[in-house]
Write a protein that binds this ligand. Sequence first.
Ligand code: E4P
Length: 228
Amino acid sequence: MAIFLDTGNIKEVERFMKMGIIRGVTTNPTILFKAGVTSGNQGIKSRSIEISKIIAPYPLSVEVTTNDYDKMIEQAQEYSGWAKNINVKITIHGPKGETENLEAIHELSSKYKMSINATAMMSAQQCLLAAMAGAEYVSIFGGRVNNMGYNSCSEISKLRVVLDRQQLTSKIIVGSTREVLNIIEWLEAGADIVTVLPEILNGMIVHPYSKETVQMFLEDAAKTERLL
Ligand code: E4P
């Protein structure tokens, strides 16, 4: 069971690595753009290499930026060459439902022995197929599943059962965190990894009542000093 950080922000990666609580980082083009990455592939490359060094040997997921079959294969090979701990994210299908992506996942995992993170999945069924195709990680977007009116925890538990029953070793990553509660509920439901936004991970640490209690300790400590 592990927590990954879902970010492209270097300072956040460093901050949580220093605490010793994260075991990997996931990114996607939207996350990198929000974290200030520009200059296309060159920007993605330099940010990815920077993060991969900070977290090594823990894994970093970097997503391809195309849905053209040959370019996905080419980018995946390029990205995985940037650092040993980089795995490549391929979406389960294209924007119009193009299904060649599963072929790409299979080719990259079987022929090129690459670590693939099959991503943008919304159901246990999609994840099962990606696991069968050979993906090392299967990423289901729990927050988006809930937003569509389905129960993310039930999808995760179903997925856990079918992967284990078929002895498929793909690790279940649940992303798209929306609330602090998501982390513990998704791990409990059977996720191997929950990838968490920095602000939500911060919310997991900081509790208003803990703040109040610590304040009480500090004030009473000051009082004991005054009595000296
Ligand atoms: C996970 O790997 C994804 O990068 C991420 O969690 C997607 O989350 P979103 O639904 O907030 O875009």
